[in-house]
Design a protein around this ligand. Sequence first.
Ligand code: GLY
Length: 391
Amino acid sequence: MNRLFLHLSRYILIAIVLMACQKPPTDQWLNHAVKTAEQQLVLAAEHYTPEHNPRSVYPNGDVRLCHLQDWTVGFFPGTLWYGYELSANDQLKDEAIKYTEALDSIKHITHTHDLGFMLYCSYGNAYRLTKNEAYKNVLLHGAQSLISRYNKTVGCIRSWDFDEWQYPVIVDNMMNLEYLMWTSNTSNDKVYSDIATSHADITMANHFREDYSSYHVVSYDTITGKPLEKHTHQGYSHESSWARGQAWGVYGYTMMYRFTKDPAYLQMATNIADFIMNLETMPADLIPYWDYNAPNIPNAPRDASAAAITASALLELSKYTTGGEKYFEYAENVLKSLSSPAYLAEAGTNNFFVLKHSVGALPNNSEVDTPINYADYYYLEAILRYQSMKK
Ligand code: GLY
């Protein structure tokens, strides 16, 4: 009996060792990130209200909430949708519906270019995951509002109505083109994709320097259509490389390639990606300083949002190029850093934001070293992309 037991236990031990060898290594950091995000989002959805969703944290510890005109108002609902997708937690779906439907009236807004962020991140994900026709109708209405800001002579959508510029277009505006490309495909109306490709082409011609770093703001002359000024608004100086601006650029051109298969967009995306990846001022953990030319590097604040946007873009870009592994590996390393205790909050802390340490607009002393809703949004998007690519 004893010998039989000894034999059996030996076989069982060998079987366990063999199974352990065959099993792919568990990405513990990934499981931890998904679990933490789910916990934070459940707590946040219960704590805040759909009318005033969370944006960032003031230096005194109070939470800055979004009003309906806030350019970041779509990110928290969108993050709830991603959280639901990652965790299959139905509570997050119910919350995502509530937080999304509170934004219905945004479809009428015409005073900003940010409707892509406000509506496509919220209603866009809601429609993608539910196929609710009412959500599609909000999106189609909002896209009409967005193209009311297009000027044929310039060939771009006007970004802002404030400040000194005649016709300001910011590199961030590349992100709104995804909404227009989706609208064109969904409504079979070429007007939206014509505007999007014109905007992407003109931006490609005027926003980038020889090294593929980008200006933040280009203001155009509405009579000649030519650029008048190349400035910054949120970066260190007119000639510096504001980290989030580079991230919007690489994301924007990668996404435009997805829709158009125009090789010029792919080339642009790889050029911007290579610029970012070869920067001497990139810290070892790959979470950039808020501006790659910030004066007080290595003591300048980091911007986790720029890292998250870049990671999400590079994961997509890695699918389109031969030798795309280098983009995948870089993005994987960024995600591992963001998922470490240095950036990922402990559940129940950080005012229920997922990530710590982003920068909004340092020159205005606004949102410096704070959690911020769009860092969470692009982080979870990147985690989703990473998970599905690993499979
Ligand atoms: N779109 C504004 C920003 O990136 O801060």
